[in-house]
Design a binder for this molecule. Structure first.
Ligand code: G3H
Ligand code: 13P
Ligand code: ZN
Length: 309
């Protein structure tokens, strides 16, 4: 099956009250762990690539890895650029075979965000590619950009209709209190579901995206802490909150940190228990298996998209 856009996935997810997992990839073991789980659970899938990941692995290698995953799984897979920050980067991914791009103009003044997003939409749509825009700013670290918590601004529901109408964007990422990385909340986790509800009222049937949606699973944080790491205060979005968001207008849930934690924890444990081993397959194999189990749990217990491919 060739790569698909997210249009049909989102329409069905909105209708069915579930969400599609958008998992960040940058190497073979991560692609394999995710896609093996999705294959076994018959789940539609978004694989997403950040600018940093594309630089690390190269466009060509990532395309070939995803091509291999398509051949192996025969699943509907959408290949998405995560946090594109320029028209040129989006264009390069569109020209290079991606089926979806995000243009993240959330740091720009409203009208400039509209202009940039519209420019990307016009080009993408002419090439059969869909676009995710963003309104509101997440706290935390996005690639090279460090958005301080003080600067974080929740999405203003009164802006969403104008933004969607003037840009022609196909989905919208909003800020309701999540942040990127492993340190999401200082105290009790709290998401502004009232904002999500308002946005849903303004844009009935329109797919919303939730970034910063890792749960920062304590089992992996504990493992990292036990085997030489130090991550005091790591905290993610509770799974029941993600399930609630998926039952509302959220159709795409972005997960990267959970994959990183599972991989790193497994590798740390392996080396602690096998100090004389040095064949990368010996520790990358278990890391890939940990990613697979993590993704399987997400598909079934958090996103609810198992069996929907
Ligand atoms: O939203 C950010 C993603 O976790 C990608 O992170 O830019 O370090 O690849 P990265
Ligand atoms: P996490 O850091 O919570 O995994 O968020 C990933 C993300 O939003 C990618 O765009
Ligand atoms: Zn993000």
């Amino acid at each position: 099956m060739p790569l698909v856009t997210s249009t049909d996935m989102f329409a069905r997810a909105y209708e069915g009250g579930y969400a599609i997992g958008a998992f960040n990839v940058n190497n073979m073991e991560i692609v394999q762990g995710i896609t093996e789980a999705a294959k076994e659970e018959k789940a539609p899938l978004i694989l997403q690539v950040s600018a940093g990941a594309r630089k690390y692995a190269s466009h060509t290698y990532l395309m070939k890895l995803v091509e291999a995953a398509l051949e192996d799984t025969n699943l509907p897979i959408c290949l998405h650029l995560d946090h594109g920050d320029t028209f040129e980067l989006c264009k390069s991914c569109i020209d290079g075979g991606f089926t979806s791009v995000m243009i993240d103009g959330s740091h720009l003044p409203f009208q400039e965000n509209i202009q940039l997003t519209k420019r990307v939409c016009d080009y993408a749509h002419a090439h059969g590619v869909v676009v995710e825009g963003e309104l509101g700013r997440l706290a935390g670290i996005e690639d090279a950009v460090n958005v301080s918590e003080e600067d974080a601004a929740f999405t203003k529901p009164e802006e969403v209709e104008e933004f969607v109408q003037k840009t022609g964007v196909d989905s919208l990422a909003i800020a309701i209190g999540t942040s990127h990385g492993a340190f999401k909340f200082k105290g009790k986790p709290r998401l502004r579901f009232d904002i999500l509800e308002e946005v849903q009222k303004k844009l009935p049937g329109f797919p919303i995206v939730l970034h910063g949606a890792s749960s920062v699973i304590p089992e992996y944080v504990d493992m990292i802490n036990k085997f030489g790491g130090s991550m005091p205060g790591a905290q993610g979005v509770p799974e029941e909150m993600l399930r609630k968001a998926a039952s509302m207008a959220v159709c795409k849930i972005n997960i990267d940190s959970d994959l990183r934690l599972a991989m790193t924890a497994t590798i740390r444990k392996y080396h602690a228990e096998n100090p004389s081993h040095f064949d990368p397959r010996q520790y990358l194999g278990p890391a890939r298996a940990a990613i697979k189990e993590l993704v399987r749990n997400k598909l079934i217990h958090v996103l609810g998209c198992n069996g929907k491919a």
